[in-house]
Design a protein around this ligand. Structure first.
Ligand code: DGJ
Length: 725
């Protein structure tokens, strides 16, 4: 049994193969989070129930007694606002009386096999009920009558737990949800570093680590999307934990909108961590009989360091998050027109790209931005999804057929949730953009955001896109989103519901995207948002790969891909070789090989020498496809810690092969460098394809490889493939 309830001790144990989470029902129905960590089966956690009762003016529960218990110092499972717990609250509801004091107590629970989906919000899944167990705990606030169901799922094949919350209003009155976080974890200590991923356009997901301090710290997005600026990921690393050892708790919110991930360390030296929808610019009116579904948080615990946390996320996302045909089916190796032509292309030019691409072994041509309306630059036409016949005479057909006739697949670009002020769509529907009456909305990249919180807007965009996909044998869609949301408001929302906008917008995105993905199961969808501005697990439920960054410089890409790999698998990371001249094509290919792999250049301009390198890369793509997508990643030398070089390794799940890559960011004159590999079987012999030698796993992991040659040359890379004999 993964989940058990001990009715005598009133304890829930949620076990995975390696972890245990313990929840207790305390006196007066207080729900306490008593333990999260490596597997423990004991049933006495009373020592963790109360901490320093009456310390520092913490108010006591009147029934339990002055000296017994304070909600301020107990490990509250789902911290509420205003009822004696002064730490940051996960939940706050305003009732008919107007106050927002909220105090949840246990009422009932259920344990069942499997995992349910969340209405309207993407989430992780099981293919069979035997793969997981779920616990639902119903809690209630006696005064407002609001009910919160805390939902926990643990998985049989992964040391992973998901947490989420459903709020219901069984009363006659209207209730107002002010804060509904998805997860709340109280830890008895504060001896952690907080790891988060900050960034900006072209510099996504930079790893940042800071020691927790008393008070509040964390990251948020108020940009309407998960954003370049902060990713909805956070990890707590116990002091002293490293890439390879020590306690690490990783949290990733399966949501693409405004989020908060906050840690508060209180006067007791304990830590509360909460993650969920950002309560800024949020309020939800919950009518009588209605329910509100919060997105889920994926929680990973390991005592084997940050690297193992990442591998757990990767395996779990490949099994239980990414779905559809392209979860398992091989994805085509593509060439994208953006950096090759920007807006300057026509049918002939694209077919000329296809000719060379075919000759090089590339499998799909993607026509990026600029094929519709009058779009010759980024100032117009978003929303007018009608072919520009000046560029593509006769429409899409001659181009798509021409590409298919050359034996390539064909992909197309959309930015569905946007509208240009200079567009026929805007002229026809001047209230379809996101705006607040009386204010001129800010423009971003000369565009407004289309109000996809509206069903009529979604239906229109759906039919425009669906008719193109239906009538033209499209194999791939790149779904872009190139600005953040300001002036948030919808013409259809009444004043009292204006603060629902951001969440409704994301629900609208999920609905629109979900309908298209479902209607076109054979189309490969790739997410994008000015590079990786919407790289989150919810998007990965809909698009199995996401363009990681507009920065295709292979040296800059190292930090971006290392950061992204903290929780997202290689199978999800869009990575292309471009014409950027910082390094040669070999290094560019070795870096892009870590991700989905493709090209972003004018293939006609490649020299014969570079064409030969590309042909070798195409062969390598096929050879290493399974290893990279299903193997285990080991980050050997991190560019966040080493200014000179980065190295990583993919290891087959059965340890039968490994691909090692090292890139020199900055050369070291006369330097020596030995890199010890990881994750191999010490007792097996591994043959190296490149040097023809055979090494034991023990040698490779303990003595290591002498890579001194390659570290002496700026921008050089070394890739070695080892297979077990
Ligand atoms: C931003 C994307 O990240 C690019 O790859 C490209 O598609 C442009 N948008 C097109 O406008």
């Amino acid at each position: 049994m993964l989940i058990t309830y001990n009715s005598e001790k009133k304890l829930f144990h949620l076990h995975t193969s390696d972890t245990t989470y313990v929840i207790g029902i305390y006196d007066e129905g207080y729900l306490l989070g008593l333990y999260y960590g490596a597997r423990v089966t004991d049933d006495d956690f009373s020592a963790f129930c109360c901490r320093l009762p009456n310390a520092s003016f913490s108010p006591a529960d009147p029934v339990i007694g002055e000296h017994g218990f304070s909600p301020d110092t107990a490990p509250i499972e789902y911290g509420c606002n205003g009822a004696g717990d002064f730490r940051i609250s996960a939940f706050s509801v305003r009732g008919a009386a107007g106050d927002n004091v909220t105090d949840l107590r246990y009422r009932a629970h259920r344990i069942y096999a499997g995992k349910q989906s969340i209405p309207g919000i993407p989430s992780t899944y099981v293919s069979d009920d035997s793969e997981a167990q779920t616990l639902e705990i119903d809690a209630e606030d006696a005064v407002t009558g609001v009910q919160a169901t805390l939902v926990y799922t643990v998985f049989a094949d992964s040391p992973v737990m998901t947490k989420r919350v459903i709020v219901r209003n069984p009363t006659e009155n209207t209730l107002y949800l002010e804060r509904v976080f998805s997860a709340c974890n109280d830890f008895p200590t504060m001896d952690f570093d907080l790891v988060t991923l900050y960034g900006r356009h072209a510099v996504e997901r930079t790893m940042e680590k800071r020691p927790l301090a008393h008070g509040l710290q964390g990251v948020e997005s108020k940009r309407g999307v998960s954003s370049h600026a902060q990713n909805p990921f956070a990890a707590l690393m116990r002091h002293g934990a490293t890439e390879d050892a020590g306690d690490v708790y990783g949290f990733n919110l399966v949501y693409s909108g405004n989020f908060s991930a906050l840690a508060e360390c209180d006067f007791n030296g304990s830590t509360r961590f909460i993650m969920g929808i950002n309560p800024n610019d949020f309020e939800w009116t919950l009518g009588s009989g209605e329910a509100f579904y919060a997105p889920e948080v994926v929680c990973v615990y390991t005592d084997k360091g940050l690297g193992e946390m990442s591998r757990i996320f990767h395996r779990f996302y490949n099994r239980h998050l990414i779905r559809g045909k392209f979860k398992t089916e091989k994805r085509p190796l593509l060439i994208n027109s953006w950096e090759a032509a920007y807006f300057d292309f026509d049918t002939d030019k694209l077919l000329a790209f296809a000719d060379v691409a075919k000759e090089l072994g590339i499998e799909m041509l993607v026509m990026d931005d600029g094929w519709f309306g009058k779009r010759n630059d980024d100032r117009s036409s978003l929303g007018d999804w009608i072919v520009n016949e000046e560029k593509l005479p006769g429409g899409l057909r001659p181009l798509v057929d021409g590409v298919h006739a050359r034996g390539l697949k064909f992909g197309i670009w959309y930015e569905p949730e946007m509208i240009s002020p200079d567009s026929d769509l805007f002229r026809a529907h001047p209230d379809w953009h996101v705006h607040v009456d009386g204010r001129a909305p800010k423009v971003g990249r000369h565009q407004y955001v289309l109000d996809v919180s509206r069903a009529d807007v979604r239906d229109y965009i759906y039919s425009m896109i669906a008719s193109v996909l239906q009538n033209n044998d499209i194999d791939y869609v790149k779904w872009d989103f190139n600005r953040n949301i300001s002036d948030a408001g919808s013409a259809l929302l009444p004043p009292e519901r204006k603060k629902e906008f951001f969440h409704r917008f994301i629900l609208g995105t999920y609905d629109l995207m979900g309908r298209l993905v479902e209607a076109f199961p054979d189309v490969l969808f790739e997410g994008c948002s000015g590079g990786g501005g919407r790289f989150d697990p919810a998007m990965l439920c809909l698009t199995p790969q996401i363009w990681t960054s507009d920065n295709t410089d292979p040296i800059e890409r190292l930090t971006i891909q290392f950061g992204t790999s903290l929780c997202y698998p290689a199978s999800a990371m869009g990575a292309h070789v471009s014409a950027c001249d910082r390094t040669g094509y070999k290094t560019k290919g070795d870096v892009a090989m870590w991700g989905t792999f493709g090209y972003e250049l004018d293939p006609r301009k490649l020299s014969e020498e570079d064409r030969e390198i590309v042909r070798r890369q195409v062969a390598a793509y096929h050879k290493y496809y399974d290893l990279i997508r299903t193997g285990d990643l080991y980050r050997l030398i991190s560019p966040f810690e080493n200014r000179f070089r980065a190295a990583w390794q993919m290891v087959a799940a059965d340890r039968s092969s490994t691909l090692f890559t090292l890139v020199t960011m900055r050369k070291e004159e006369n330097g020596m460098c030995f890199v010890r590999l990881k994750g191999l079987d010490p007792d097996r012999m591994y043959a190296c394809a490149e040097d023809g030698k055979t090494y034991s796993g023990a040698y490779l992991m303990r003595a290591g490889l002498n890579v001194s040659e390659v570290i002496r040359r700026d921008g050089e890379s070394l890739t070695l493939y080892f297979s077990a004999e």
